[in-house]
Design a protein around this ligand. Structure first.
Ligand code: KG4
Length: 342
């Protein structure tokens, strides 16, 4: 009988400390400690994030192993997020993973965080979970730091067809929400308000860029300037119209995202289309995917909410694929704050 492949995944690229255990491709546990400390600052404070990771990493790994019912001696390898992300945050996970793997005498596997988001679609919660995309498929990766259209040819072969030339979609949502004086992160707040507003109430500038690249900085400026004008007329404008503002902002962003994705699907002839990353939790975007599935015959893949934001399950599943290729890394491997998909 073949030996089980049991991977511990560790994710610490931003403000979530997460650990997950996967056995033979099936998820056994996924434990995440989020950091509320940043809310008061309206954004992630890197210094505070690394300190919180230091406090959280051991208990989170401990919980993940306990919930999985797996002892550390049974692990086959430790997979960890190497980057991209905040350097101080990454160093905590990377150093922990190295020490843990070295102590156990098992291999280490480095994981590109972006590849992890895409491969989150292959996380199986049980044996008969068959809802996975076939290669090649397109993946719209939208988060606080990225907006990319990726052609996924295989687990280890991804081509970036287009990406943002300035702000990411999540960053734009967060910044507009900040301008409106709403809390942080803005994404879930805008999402909730948008459900009660009119998406066609206001129009904001849309970019005109060739190819599959995105741009969100013009929209952000247009939102800011429009709001400034409206506030001159009515100092309580935001309070009176926050639902319509949120719905119109969301509608514009979703429109921008889907237009390029539609073009990429048309040009490549690929009909399997997935969405990943923090912004994939957005209801407007999820609905747009469903509408496109209906209208264009797409087979769509929308992640469970728990796999949209940063999580170690996606790192562990990527580690599982890399383990089968014996794609291990050396102890002196540095973390990287910036990197694209290979
Ligand atoms: O992938 P992710 O967790 O990590 C980073 O890239 O940092 O994405 C976080 C982003 C934030 O910009 C957040 O506002 C956005 O995802 N987000 C959402 C929603 N939930 C999170 N954006 C729109 N609607 C949501 N429901």
């Amino acid at each position: 009988m073949e030996k089980d492949i049991i991977i511990l995944g560790i994710e610490s690229s931003c403000d979530d400390t997460s650990a997950a255990v996967i056995r033979n491709g099936i998820l056994l546990s996924n434990v995440t400690a989020s950091q509320a400390v940043h809310e008061a600052y309206g954004g992630v404070v890197p210094e505070l994030a690394s300190r919180a990771h230091q406090q959280n990493v051991v208990p989170v790994v401990d919980q993940a192993l306990k919930r999985a019912g797996v002892s550390k001696e049974e692990l086959s390898a430790v997979a960890f997020t190497r980057g991209p992300g905040l350097m101080g945050s990454l160093l905590v996970g990377v150093s922990f993973a190295k020490g843990f793997a070295r102590g156990l005498g098992i291999p280490m596997i480095e994981v590109n965080h972006l590849q992890g988001h895409v491969l989150a679609h292959f996380i199986k919660e049980h044996e008969d979970d068959r809802d996975q995309p076939d290669f090649p498929f397109l993946c719209l990766l939208v988060s606080g730091g990225n907006s990319q259209i990726i052609k996924v040819n295989a687990y280890n072969d991804m081509e970036v067809l287009g990406q943002t030339i300035d702000d990411a979609a999540g960053e734009a949502i967060d910044k507009c929400s900040k301008v409106m004086g709403l809390g942080y992160p803005g994404g879930p707040i805008i999402d909730k308000l948008a459900r009660q507003g009119n998406p066609l109430a206001y129009t904001f500038a849309k970019p005109h860029i060739d190819g599959y690249d995105y741009s969100f900085s013009g929209l952000k400026t247009s939102f800011l300037y429009s709001l400034r004008d409206w506030l001159k007329e009515d100092p309580d404008f935001i309070e009176h119209h926050k639902e319509d503002l949120a719905a119109s902002l969301e509608h514009t962003i979703v429109d921008i995202l889907m237009k390029k994705l539609r073009q990429a699907a048309k040009d490549t002839g690929i009909r399997e289309v997935a969405v990943a990353g923090g912004v994939s939790a957005n209801n407007g975007l999820r609905n747009a995917f469903r509408e496109h599935a209906e209208k264009y015959g797409w087979k769509i893949f929308i992640p469970k909410f728990s796999y949209t934001t940063d999580n170690a399950a996606m790192i562990a599943i990527t580690g599982y694929f890399k383990f089968q290729d014996r794609d291990f890394c050396a102890i002196d491997l540095p973390a990287y704050s910036r990197v694209t998909l290979k």
